[in-house]
Design a protein. Sequence first.
Length: 422
Amino acid sequence: MSIVAVGINHKTAPVAVREKISFNPDNLSIALQEMLNEVQCKEVAILSTCNRTELYLVQDGDVEQTQERLVQWLENYHNVPASTILPSLYWHQDQQAVNHMMRVACGLDSLVLGEPQILGQMKQAYSQAKAAGSMALVMDRLFQRTFGVAKQVRTETEIGTSAVSVAFASVNLAKHIFASLEKARVLLVGAGETIELVAKHLYENNVGKITVANRTIARAENMAKQIGAEVITLAQIPEQMCHADIVISSTGSTLPIIGKGMVEQALITRKHKPIFMVDLAVPRDIEEQVSELEDVFLYTVDDLQSIIAKNIENRRKAAVQAEGIVNTQSDSFMSWLRGLNTQDTVISYRKQCLAHRDQLLEKALVQLKNGKNSEAVVAELATKLSNKFMHAPTSALQSAAQGGELDKLLYLRDIFQIDQQD
């Protein structure tokens, strides 16, 4: 039995190639069943994101044949020539595959080192494979162990604590300046990708109120609906500025949108209550002279980049610790997997049975020494031994029966020789 991880990601292929073998979530169940049948593997799961598509397999037999069948299936399923796919594919087997999955879940293989979104995407891949019935003992245990490793890395290292995007850094700075964002009022200027990310981070931090100002109202409204924000035009910014505790701007304008006079007037209306401002645009959206005002904390994209550079270095140091955790846990998983072979399984089962026997026998001997009736002691010992050894098989039979798993039920009846005559 082997574990195989095969994939394509942002390191091995451009988006033009990655998009050719991405999987539609709506059709994933069908794809998983096709893989089981056509690639001839025992268990499968598929992770498909904008930056990577990875296939995880548990299979018996020759790995090279499995690889050939897998490439042929990808070629047929996506209608893409193998020559387009093969140069970008990477293959990992057994411990390398386990190690790779754990690294991916921890964000160690991500475009942004330590990003947390990939863990949620892996959990979704697990749920989809579980629902499709393409996952059994080994893959289930591997995913569960992988999730545990990711949690351990987040808990024991600082890989996810430092901001490494201007959007995240902007919100992180605001959190340091304001004791709580729950009462803060935010004015976002623009509705592009950067502002969308800022809005998402603010929303996740339960910010009090968000207003979005944009040249095109329709585009701003699409984003605002997702976060419960109000929408205004750029022309309305001067009258709304006095209500904003936080202003974050990122547009494509060639000239400043927010001038010193506008902010000065807003401060007077606010009775000089400070405003935190972040200009993420190049060229600038906020006049440089705004920084001269005493009650304004103005940061530019360059200010944030210096913060981000330090944070990236901190993440790299944390990644070294994370790699150590991954290596230890992948060793542990492989030890468990090796224990699944026939000899180790038999030995483990016998040890477990003998331990139960010895435990109950010791209690029985104590009872005899204390003068308890010997027949009662023997009867109790026999009952407890029977119950102990019947518990696991009975639970398995009941589970199979209740779940309508006829094949499993017949298999268990055969194992426990239920239908055989004495």
